[in-house]
Design a protein around this ligand. Structure first.
Ligand SMILES: C[S@@+](CC[C@H](N)C(=O)[O-])C[C@H]1O[C@@H](n2cnc3c(N)ncnc32)[C@H](O)[C@@H]1O
Length: 404
């Protein structure tokens, strides 16, 4: 975690970030950019602040319990929570001038009680623990624990511009230390606290930051040069760019979404990456899909989902989300599968993916789709487990269209 306490000013920044997320409901990355803008923080100090804020959000209920602070009291009581965080990680307390002190006896009593409550220990809200237990049974406990750990930073090498070895070497010259990720040919893990986006390698489009699990999903598309490929829920193009590099710039890659601003950002990233065969198209109505009937060799449906596989990276989501959102998402996923699968041509492959680890969004969807749809044959699926892989959690299934 850290090997020395935060400075008083960094402690205050952490409290402000937490307050913005918890009281104003702002996403964590927005709170960081708001509070970091205009400050000349060294990249290493910025990294320390994000490590602490991220860890607190991953186990917010635990730290709140240990410090007897409520989520909504962060601006008034945050100094006590931060003191408890330091105590928990066996660090000296930060030297804040006006901090609320910790009653150490009370803290150690609470610590013992917390150890006997695994879900609290893993920073899991009750609704999520109930859901995980119901959907994953015995496998849930290890996923829950893994979701409370600090995520690693991964890069995807842009093979349109360089090899993984070349990227590693260039980054080393720019004081960024990396190591190759076993089993994911396109991935490097960043092992230093460097500011990645200021590097020349980034500006030249040699890499994108992308979790290794997400890279595995994109690799499963297995797009070949010359194919017609559709990425139908492309967002800002994390997977589109990876598919573009599989295609070596040859063939047609159509990136679609319902949000134009995401496609605009995708276009910009595609230019930087030299991904010239990417075309974007907004999904304005069902006609956009109908016009592409039976047209694609590969269709990736990286559907909107609960994001419960990526909570290490987006820990603020579990304090905003509610269980009521899941059935709505499941219906939308069902609709997308039914409707967008029409774009796959006979002999073509449909790849369904989520960044969730819940079977209801994953294999259950595929089983229900296949039960109603004789035109597709199941090829394989994969659960990318947070606990087993160390990456974010994903699901992917591959289906082949066998008839019109
Ligand atoms: C999981 S995200 C995609 C992430 C993206 N593939 C990536 O790798 O960066 C799901 C995307 O689906 C889009 N979406 C939501 N409803 C949709 C719909 N009905 N049709 C197509 N895309 C939709 C969202 O805007 C969002 O960008």
């Amino acid at each position: 975690m850290l090997n020395s306490p935060l400075s008083p000013s960094s402690t205050e920044l952490v409290i402000n970030v937490l307050d913005m997320v918890l009281s104003e409901g702002k996403p964590l990355d927005r709170a960081y950019s708001h509070h970091f803008s205009g400050l000349q923080l060294a990249p290493s100090e910025q990294a320390r602040i994000t490590v602490v804020a991220g860890d607190i959000l991953r186990r917010l209920n635990l730290y709140c319990y240990l410090s007897d602070v409520k989520f909504e009291e962060m601006s008034r009581m945050g100094t006590r929570l931060l003191n408890v965080w330091h105590l928990f990680h066996e660090l000296d307390l930060p030297k804040m001038q006006y901090a609320l002190q910790v009653d150490e006896k009370e803290y150690f009593d609470r610590l013992e009680k917390a150890k006997a409550q695994p879900a609290l220990w893993d920073g899991c809200p009750e609704w999520l623990d109930t859901m995980g237990q119901a959907q994953l049974g015995e496998a849930w406990a290890k996923e829950r624990a893994a979701l409370s750990t600090q995520p690693k930073r991964y890069l995807r090498v842009n093979l349109l511009k360089c090899t993984r070895e070349e990227l590693g070497k260039k980054l080393r010259n720019e004081q960024v230390q990396t190591k190759e990720v076993e089993g994911v040919d396109t991935a490097l893990e960043v092992t230093s606290d460097s500011a990645l986006f200021r590097t020349e390698s980034f500006k030249k489009g040699w890499f994108e930051q992308q979790d290794a699990g997400s890279q595995l999903v994109a690799t499963a598309v297995d797009a070949k040069p010359g194919m017609r490929v559709i990425d139908a829920c492309a967002g800002a193009g994390g997977k589109t760019l990876s598919i573009a590099s599989q295609m070596q710039g040859k063939g047609r890659l159509l990136a679609m979404d319902v949000e134009q601003w995401k496609l605009d950002s995708l276009k910009q990233r595609a230019r930087r990456a030299n991904a010239h065969n990417v075309e974007t198209r907004i999904i304005a109505s069902s006609k956009t899909i109908k016009r592409l009937k039976l047209s694609a060799d590969r269709v990736l449906l990286d559907v909107p989902c609960s994001g419960l596989g990526v909570l290490k990276r987006n820990p603020d989501a579990k304090w905003r989300d509610t269980p009521e959102r899941l059935p709505v998402l499941v219906e939308l996923q069902k609709h997308i599968l039914q409707s967008y699968s029409r774009m796959v041509k006979v002999g073509g492959i449909l790849i369904y993916a989520t960044c969730s680890i819940m079977p209801e969004e994953n294999r259950d969807q595929i089983d229900a789709f296949l039960a109603e749809n004789e035109h597709f044959k199941f090829i394989e699926d994969e659960n990318i487990s947070v606990a087993d892989s160390g990456f974010d959690g994903f699901y992917l299934a591959k289906l082949e269209r066998i008839s019109e």
